[in-house]
Design a binder for this molecule. Sequence first.
Ligand SMILES: NC(=O)c1ccc[n+]([C@@H]2O[C@H](COP(=O)([O-])OP(=O)(O)OC[C@H]3O[C@@H](n4cnc5c(N)ncnc54)[C@H](OP(=O)(O)O)[C@@H]3O)[C@@H](O)[C@H]2O)c1
Length: 174
Amino acid sequence: MFGSLRLVAIAALDQNYGIGRNGALPWHLAADFLHFKTATMGHTMIMGRKTFDSMMRRQLPGRRTLVVTGNPDYGSRYGVDTAPGFEDACRLCVKDGLTEAFVVGGATIFRQALPYCDSLVLTMVKTVIPGMDTFFPRLEGGSRKWSVNSVSSHIADSKNDYPFEIIEYRRIAE
Ligand SMILES: NC(=O)c1ccc[n+]([C@@H]2O[C@H](COP(=O)([O-])OP(=O)(O)OC[C@H]3O[C@@H](n4cnc5c(N)ncnc54)[C@H](OP(=O)(O)O)[C@@H]3O)[C@@H](O)[C@H]2O)c1
């Protein structure tokens, strides 16, 4: 893995594991945004270039953004730290002495990160959104490899389009 770096993937999925549509999130879930903010505050977030583009290339306050891109000019053009690959991003975190970093998507980054992740914090949105085009990878090994550490339930209301559960999985030591 990457020394003492603990990698946590954090994502919101519909019931078909869909995470995005047309380069954006297809829901508004205020309570999930708050959960994401609380979890990631003060940490480094590793994300793919398309996800950073989808955020209008704005960095979230109080967090360091590390964008994975094959474009060597991207960082200087948009004033953000970059890495030329996912593993390079992790190595940068280790070099900076970090013990924890958050992997925040999108699908290409989740796919590369999953084998290295120690924890997954998944918001399971209780709906199927039509036309989703980007998907979280299926969990390899399922319950043999991942144990549920915590679950919290949230209802739909005027600020949350759908009900959802936030499930934290920990990798089971082999
Ligand atoms: N629901 C959620 O939790 C969640 C979270 C995040 C994102 N999303 C959604 O996911 C979608 C975006 O995901 P996506 O999978 O299409 O794109 P992405 O993973 O955000 O970004 C893909 C880009 O990352 C760069 N990249 C990835 N791996 C690389 C590698 N090994 N080496 C070099 N560059 C690499 C490439 O950038 P270059 O082309 O610049 O080289 C690639 O085009 C959007 O719809 C977004 O809203 C959902």
